[in-house]
Design a binder for this molecule. Structure first.
Ligand SMILES: [Zn+2]
Length: 101
């Protein structure tokens, strides 16, 4: 199975990467929830921009190519987006992660 490197030279398989991403995405949602009492789209702030996805600023493809997969589970690289804004972002060719809630 292919493995991908992080910036420190550790290697991860895709399932290992996906597990970490999922955990980070849940943590991101939980942080927002604890701070605000609810989850919302960080792009438009409308509470009807749903369902909520967690999107990557630096995409999986990019991080794997660049050998810095640790950014995929860095909360700073995650953005909470509603479906509409996520679609707009993807149209701009920034590929996001689609973890749905
Ligand atoms: Zn939105």
């Amino acid at each position: 199975m292919n493995t991908y490197s992080d910036s420190f030279g550790n290697r991860y398989t895709t399932p290992q990467i996906e597990r970490r991403i999922k955990k980070a995405a849940l943590e991101k949602l939980e942080q927002q929830f604890l701070g605000h009492g609810y989850n919302f789209c960080q792009s438009c702030f409308r509470n009807d921009c749903k369902p909520i996805d967690v999107s990557h600023t630096i995409s999986r493809k990019q991080a794997k190519e660049d050998g810095c997969v640790e950014v995929l589970w860095d909360l700073e690289n995650l953005e909470i987006l509603g479906r509409e804004c996520h679609k707009i972002k993807d149209k701009l060719n920034i590929h996001g992660t689609q973890i749905q809630h």
